[in-house]
Design a protein around this ligand. Structure first.
Ligand code: F6R
Length: 360
């Protein structure tokens, strides 16, 4: 049941410290500076030259997160919408690893793309929450995110666990490919181990409810970010639109001036996600919106320069650069939840949507 919570979505947001700890259990060893994914012995990915991630919806945003992190680790990778794969897949060969990211393991679009990749001779891995799912059975190998059942149609805890597992997988691929662990692994592991506590603290102190109340009657909601923060901006907007039924869009912060700025008014709050990737540029982009009267909400640590510039602030704990976006995402999940609750939406079962989309 929902226990003390009004909705499964809120319960699942609050389960993230536990679900992440479960995902990481036995898989990271900060003391010895290593990652151990039991089904993937060191060397498994030695021949991988490039990686394609395929996924839909929220899982696509996690895939984008994993793909950007892998590019930053020096491995050629792209995230592709599974429903576009049949018409736009880049060539695959036997050095290509194709990673299907799907919470349910039953999404028709993702299964089609996975089957195509299998048929073309790629090595395939599924990252999924469901043991025994079709995607888990049909890929060469499966990596389970261990988030536990997710009842709310809007994916929350599974996004966080997917993104973290993709970071771990990416570190293993980069280590095998380069013949040594990525330089930032040593700094990343303790921060990964600290993620459950960091999210706990964030949940206890979040002011997302008051913020949602302040802006719940706006015209449109924009989310901007750069790099890993861009995938979080996309996810923040998807969550917001699907449960509030209000118009929301995510943009790469640098794209704002290439068109979307025409939509910006005092009625369009802009959530700016700061992940330490050229934050100065993102701040400048946010100020361009602010100049047009839009309230800017900075999602960043307390001592960040953006706090002084922005109209409002949602706080995230200090962490490793690869993880800041995931903490920001938890604040955005809460904003969406509280905004939808104020608007009296059926949060766990939004109209027209299903938890698992088994048609093309
Ligand atoms: C959004 C949401 C959907 C799913 C998408 C893919 O909150 O839940 O966008 O992420 O339908 O589903 P899976 O991950 O099961 O393949």
């Amino acid at each position: 049941g929902k226990g003390e919570f009004d909705h499964f979505m809120l319960k699942e947001i609050h389960e993230q410290p536990t679900s992440l700890a479960q995902a990481l259990e036995g898989r990271i060893d900060p003391e010895n500076e290593r990652i151990a994914l039991s089904d993937f012995e060191p060397g498994t990915f030695a021949d991988v030259e490039s990686v394609q991630f395929i996924a839909c919806g929220t899982s696509y945003h996690a895939a984008l997160y994993g793909s950007l992190a892998l590019n930053q680790a020096g491995i050629r990778s792209t995230a592709l919408l599974a429903n576009e794969y049949s018409v736009s897949a880049p060539p695959v060969d036997d050095d290509t690893l194709v990673v299907a990211v799907t919470q349910s393991g039953e999404t028709a679009d993702t299964l089609n793309a996975l089957r195509q990749a299998n048929a073309e001779g790629a090595t395939t891995v599924t990252v999924t929450n469901v043991v025994g799912s079709t995607a888990a059975r049909e890929a060469d190998q499966a990596l389970f995110i261990r988030a536990g059942p997710e009842i709310g149609v809007a994916a929350t805890k599974t996004f966080s666990s997917q993104a973290v597992m993709l970071l771990l997988l990416g570190q293993c691929i980069a280590a095998d490919h380069h013949g040594e662990p990525p330089a930032d692994l040593e700094a990343l592991l303790p921060e990964l181990a600290a993620m459950p506590d960091a999210i706990d603290g964030l949940l206890e102190t979040s002011e997302a409810d008051a913020l949602a109340e302040q802006y719940a009657h706006s015209q449109s909601y924009f989310f901007i970010g750069r790099g890993l923060g861009f995938s979080v901006a996309l996810e923040g907007a998807l969550k917001f639109k699907e449960i509030t039924y209000e118009h929301a869009e995510g943009f790469a912060s640098g794209e704002l001036k290439h068109g979307p700025l025409a939509l910006v008014t005092p009625e369009t709050p802009v959530f700016a996600v700061f992940t330490g990737e050229e934050d100065e540029k993102t701040l400048k982009n946010a100020e361009e919106a602010q100049t047009r009267g839009a309230p800017v909400i900075a999602v960043c640590p307390d001592d960040h320069r953006a706090v002084d510039v922005a109209d409002e602030h949602l706080s995230i704990p200090e962490t490793a650069p690869d993880l800041a976006g995931l903490l920001a995402n938890v604040q955005l999940q809460l904003v969406s939840y509280y905004a939808a609750d104020l608007l009296d939406r059926p949060i766990d079962k939004p109209r027209n949507l299903a938890k698992s989309v088994t048609v093309e």
